[in-house]
Design a protein around this ligand. Structure first.
Ligand code: HEM
Length: 479
């Protein structure tokens, strides 16, 4: 009894918050609000859907075990935090599961000097290969040709496009970092892709939350949290083999890809550039760059079959501006306002990174009238912005009109932030936009999408850091 009273008292004293701290639902001793969140629909548990923001305001707190988090809602609050006070929120929290994997290296989960140097290097290399002299545009369009051939091989019969899309989009990152692509159906590569999906799902599960809340205990216990480590280590081993091969036939005067550039950088700069950091950076580009874009395209298929009249309008615009004899290019974008608006609306509605990635405060800040202390985990709730009824005319309906003015011209919307905002804004935003535009327009130019006879599209999702559609089959008829 004495031990129990001691533990509860210590827990109470440790977790007392000052009156100026953001409010939140009542937290239970020891576990806090850990079990009040539905980890299959975490983003919904944390949004207005469950009335938390309605009840406690746009800045509220939750206690996940021994860790407090502050959830930020709506555009003005997110802008004030991530952009206006961006310096204070540029770091990631020290979450045990993420730290065990990244060891503070790479881009996504690093901080301070490592993050600054690695992000700058990744951005400039992406710019060089993605948009500079060695543009990725032909790579994307060539990859589309392989992808279209696979789609055509199904001859209009129902099939699940998941693996082909994953392979196609990942091949673009592969060309960038490894300098080569993988054949569709390559067993080793397919295994790598399935690891990513599984790993992300486990990262968002209750097991990951328990691990982050009670790392000392969980490290000793078996369970899916151990599988996550195993999965990510296997991905890193895959990358190590590629790095080894690159070192073997590397010519510093002809850097073919990201790995070659990084090897040159290791030679030139001592600082934070070494082989272990290279492996984690490649891991990060893969993790962030393949699942995201291919998931968005899978949602695009679903929205096009759900709204055939919108699909027909997009096709008519592409037929008129691009025609059928040449491939679409980025220069066509300005002349395809309706198609552009549809792509933006697909991104808004599919909301694939609903809670962004966590940030942490590096000093005390004032937000929404509250004081948020140093080293507090911050969750920017992108869902609350992308579906805010004050920002969008019909927030819950698929409506390309959100991005069109009355004359049918494309209009930018400030609340369109699927890539987040501020210092940690998605590093691959430009590449992702280019991939989405070229793939989507090429798909619409070549195929008409429909559901198998008698089947209705299911718009439900699976949550695992990203929101992905449930497996489905679709028919692609050549136009
Ligand atoms: C970070 C969204 C594609 C690389 C992020 C973040 C979001 C996001 C919401 C978190 C930002 C924050 O912490 O505030 C998306 C979406 C994509 C996409 C919706 C596609 C539709 C890509 C691609 C790449 C990429 C293609 C790689 C080439 C990264 C990296 C980070 C990141 C490295 C971490 C940035 C940092 O911590 O400094 N992305 N992303 N993303 N993304 Fe993306």
């Amino acid at each position: 009894l004495f031990t129990a009273v001691f533990i509860l008292t210590a827990d109470y004293i440790k977790n007392r918050r000052p009156g100026s701290f953001p409010p939140g639902p009542r937290a239970f001793p020891i576990v806090g609000n850990l079990f009040t969140v539905d980890y299959n629909r975490t983003h919904e548990s944390l949004t207005q859907v469950t009335d938390l923001a309605e009840r406690y305001g746009d800045v509220y707190s939750l206690r996940m075990g021994q860790t407090w988090i502050v959830v930020l809602n709506r555009f003005d609050v997110l802008k004030e935090a991530l952009v206006d006070q961006g310096d204070v929120l540029a770091d990631r929290p020290n979450l045990p599961l993420l730290q065990d994997i990244s060891q503070g290296l790479g881009v996504i989960f690093s901080n301070g000097k490592i993050w600054k140097q690695q992000r700058r290097f990744a951005l400039s290399t992406l710019k060089h290969f993605g948009f500079g002299k060695k543009s990725l545009k032909p790579v994307i369009l060539e990859e589309f040709s392989y992808c279209a051939k696979e789609f055509k091989s199904h001859k209009g019969k129902p099939f699940d496009p998941h693996l082909i899309l994953n392979n196609a989009v990942s091949n673009i990152i592969c060309s960038l970092v490894f300098g080569h692509r993988f054949e569709y159906g390559d067993e080793k590569f397919m295994e790598l892709m399935s690891w990513f999906g599984k790993g992300l799902e486990l990262e968002a599960s209750i097991w990951a939350q328990l691990y982050n809340s009670f790392p000392l205990l969980m490290r000793r216990l078996p369970g899916p949290h151990q599988t996550v480590q195993h999965i990510w280590n296997s991905v890193k081993d895959f990358i190590r083999v590629e790095v080894k091969e690159h070192k073997h036939n590397w010519d510093p005067s002809d850097n073919r890809d990201y790995i070659d550039c990084y090897l040159s950088e290791i030679q030139m700069a001592d600082d934070t550039f070494d082989e272990e950091n290279l492996v984690v950076c490649v891991f990060d580009l893969f993790l962030a760059g393949s699942e995201t874009t291919s998931t968005t395209l899978r949602w695009a298929f679903l929205y096009m079959v759900k709204y055939p009249e919108i699909q027909a309008k997009v096709q008519a615009e592409i037929d008129k501006v691009v025609g059928t004899s040449r491939q679409p290019s980025m220069e066509d974008r300005a002349d395809l306002p309706y198609t552009d608006a549809v792509i933006h609306e697909i991104q808004r509605m599919s909301n694939i990174v609903p809670l962004s990635l966590p940030h942490v405060t590096t000093r005390d800040i004032r937000l929404g009238g509250y004081t948020i202390p140093k080293v507090m985990t911050i969750i920017p709730n992108l869902t609350s912005v992308l579906f805010d009824k004050n920002e969008w005319e019909t927030p819950d309906a698929f409506n390309p009109g959100h991005f069109l003015n009355p004359e049918g011209k494309f209009v930018k919307r400030a609340a369109f932030i699927p890539f987040s905002a501020g210092k940690r804004v998605c590093l691959g935003e430009n590449l992702a936009r280019m991939e989405l535009f070229l793939f989507f327009t090429s798909l619409m130019q070549h195929f008409t999408f429909s559901m198998p006879a008698g089947v209705k599209p299911v718009m439900d999702f699976r949550f695992g850091i990203t929101l992905s559609p449930l497996p489905y089959e679709v028919c692609l008829t050549s136009r």
